[in-house]
Design a protein around this ligand. Structure first.
Ligand SMILES: NC(=O)c1ccc[n+]([C@@H]2O[C@H](COP(=O)([O-])OP(=O)(O)OC[C@H]3O[C@@H](n4cnc5c(N)ncnc54)[C@H](OP(=O)(O)O)[C@@H]3O)[C@@H](O)[C@H]2O)c1
Length: 438
């Protein structure tokens, strides 16, 4: 049986998962591919380090040159992370005529176009299913299964760490900092959680999804993003009372003047298909003009789920090796549609205003009228003789208008706190009843 050689870059969570997947599912892979996949070299930083999987010591190397120069390695798998030196190694492998599979969202989001052009130049494959949604198949469905559709909208919960934190805040009523600390203790959040909690990870993935869904080049810098640090326990409680949950949503939508592409904490009505995607799970909702709404959910991270996507990509490019076929065009962009600036994105908002005294409520309402902010009061709680909270849902507003109004509200004497969060989906039944009394 023909053997296909693999050079693996990295032997951490994903790299070890790939080693395990290729060995424990060897029969299935061999049966379907009619060939053997063999790991011939593994690049690491520290060959002396203890590993979660057993590998022959002589497979390990710290020199990428040994992989690039080895003609028996036809496929290079990047499970390394970061952009430097991952980008150089990927480009060098493609230039040597090797196919490349990666799980690295950052390198795809930032250098995808350059890498795809290099792959096309050399007739090699470049696959990145694991870069978004871990074990959830979403890249291939977008590229292949939905190839004839015009995608109208992509909405996703695509970062497991923040979804875990928000799910725990909602179910246990705890503050963000405490929940983050617990997530770190359980290994669900990194010691430095910036990449996840500030929204970078979701933004990398959204850049990839947007480019594929809308057939247009999207740069990582085009994505406006914010994380979940400012989500307060009060907002969680109000959301729940009104029939909503707060999720970190990644959204890409086609508008006449351009594409919306943003990552933001968002209130979703409980009836929304993504509202029940909890804990470390991911969910991606794609709306095509032919297929309608499709929901993909599953484990968005972890060694084995991610290795499932990596191994399937390896098998796809291995077919090319076996048949001697060039990989063919790999870039699916066919037009140039701009991404709208952050301030021009339009949507509805949840607005919570905490006032020190009841008489501050009047200037709040006056300012909303003065700024022409259509806002429906959906809840109000005051203590006799003391301050309280006003909650509104706004009409669709441009993001710039909404944040300017929130800043002005914050300057009204007697206003203690203003919280502004996006709203997605139709109004939840509970909020509608609260606002209209019906
Ligand atoms: N973890 C997940 O669940 C998951 C899910 C989807 C996608 N991804 C992506 O998959 C990639 C890998 O993630 P991971 O969680 O597996 O990372 P990880 O556990 O930190 O492992 C990284 C591996 O790469 C090696 N490495 C890093 N820089 C290197 C360099 N300059 N030269 C040689 N070796 C180097 C490390 O070697 P040493 O072990 O010797 O330090 C380590 O084995 C990232 O792009 C990540 O975004 C991860």
């Amino acid at each position: 049986m023909q053997k296909i050689g693999i050079g693996l870059l990295g032997l951490g969570t994903v790299g070890s998962g790939v080693v395990t997947a290729l060995s424990c599912n060897r029969q299935e892979i061999r049966g379907k591919l009619k060939a053997e996949l063999e790991i011939r070299r593994i690049l690491v930083r520290d060959p002396g380090k203890a590993r979660p999987v057993e590998v022959a010591r002589d497979l390990l190397t710290t020199d990428f040159g040994q992989i690039a120069a080895d003609p028996s390695i036809q496929i290079v798998v990047d499970a390394m992370g970061g952009t430097d030196p991952a980008r150089q190694y990927i480009l060098a492998a493609l230039a040597k005529g090797k196919h490349v599979v990666t799980a690295n969202k950052e390198v795809v989001a930032k250098y995808g176009r350059e890498i795809l052009a290099e792959a096309e130049k050399h007739g090699t494959g470049f696959c990145f299913e694991a870069s978004v949604g871990g074990g959830i198949p979403v890249i291939r469905p977008l590229k292949e299964s939905l190839a004839a559709d015009k995608v109208e909208e992509v909405l996703g919960i695509i970062n497991g760490t923040t979804n875990y934190i928000l799910s725990k805040m909602a179910s246990e009523g705890k503050e963000f900092n405490l929940t983050l600390q617990e997530a770190q203790e359980k290994g669900y959040a990194e010691p430095d959680p910036t990449n996840d909690v500030e929204g970078f990870d979701a933004a990398y993935k959204l850049a990839i999804l947007t480019a594929l869904a809308f057939g247009t080049p999207v740069k990582f810098e085009d994505i406006s993003f914010e994380g979940i640090r400012r989500i307060a326990r009060e907002d969680m409680a109000w959301a729940s009372e009104l029939g909503y949950v707060i999720k970190l949503v990644a959204a890409a939508k086609e508008r006449e003047s351009g594409l919306e592409a943003w990552v933001s904490p968002c209130l979703l009505p409980l009836e929304h298909p993504l509202a029940q995607v909890n804990d470390v799970f991911n969910g991606i909702l794609i709306k095509g003009n032919l297929a309608g709404e499709l929901l993909f959910t599953g484990r968005g991270a972890g060694g084995l789920p991610t290795a499932s996507a990596v191994a399937a990509d390896i098998m796809a490019v291995a077919q090319k090796v076996l048949t001697g076929q060039a990989a063919g065009p790999v870039c699916t962009c066919y037009r140039a549609k701009p991404v709208l600036p952050k301030e021009e994105v339009t949507g509805r908002y949840y607005l919570r205003v905490k006032v020190k005294k009841g008489d501050a409520a009047l200037p709040v309402n006056n300012l909303l009228i003065q700024e022409r902010i259509g806002a429906l009061p959906v809840a109000k709680k005051f203590q006799q003789g003391k301050g309280g909270t006003l909650v509104y849902f706004t009409q669709p507003l441009q993001a710039g208008t909404a944040s300017r109004a929130a800043a002005k509200l914050g300057m009204i004497p007697g206003v203690q706190e203003v919280s502004l969060l996006r709203l997605e989906g139709l109004p939840a039944a509970a909020a509608w009843a609260a606002a209209t009394g019906k």
